[in-house]
Design a protein around this ligand. Structure first.
Ligand code: SME
Length: 159
């Protein structure tokens, strides 16, 4: 296993392209879900440096905090609550340019300004969500949503 990931591109789409084969090398042959979620977050952090990147996993009808990179965070989120609970309930990604404008947003950190939450599907059900936060307003766009969704479709095969 490589000791660190390597990125040289400056444009976003190329960086996603550089990330994918490195993720495959890191996660492709590992079957442990926690190990894979942990390395997935660390790899996204290395690639993009976002403020907070983490998983919430559906357990006993709640989202429960899983592996993450960043400051401490809320442990449990109810169905339909916040950006994460909404992604779970609606079974679709939530691209939030300004968290203050999202009704019911759960502020784990006052520093978080924009957010992208992508559901992870297993057996046609929401298994969990990947939550990414930025300290910059409108830091995520359609490219991020599409690329992260593609990554999560691939990643779901390694849970
Ligand atoms: N903001 C999220 C809560 C999780 S933290 O951002 C890590 C939400 O509204 O669901």
């Amino acid at each position: 296993m490589a000791e660190q990931l390597f990125f040289q591109s400056t444009d976003k789409l190329s960086r996603y392209a550089e990330l994918r084969p490195q993720l495959e090398a890191l996660i492709g042959s590992e079957t442990d879900a926690v190990a894979n979620m942990a390395n997935f977050c660390a790899a996204l952090k290395a690639a993009f440096g976002w403020f907070w990147i983490g998983f919430y996993v559906v357990k006993e009808e709640q989202l429960v905090l899983g592996p993450f990179q960043g400051p401490i965070a809320c442990t449990r989120i109810q169905y339909g609550k916040g950006v994460c609970g909404t992604a779970w309930a609606e079974q679709k990604s939530q691209l939030v340019a300004d968290v203050e404008a999202f009704p019911g947003h759960i502020a784990c950190s006052a520093l978080s300004k924009s957010e992208l939450v992508v559901p992870v599907f297993k057996d046609q059900k929401v298994w969990g969500v990947l939550d990414i936060d930025s300290t910059t307003l409108a830091d995520f766009d359609q490219t991020d949503q599409v690329e992260i969704e593609k990554l999560m479709t691939w990643f779901a095969g390694h849970l």
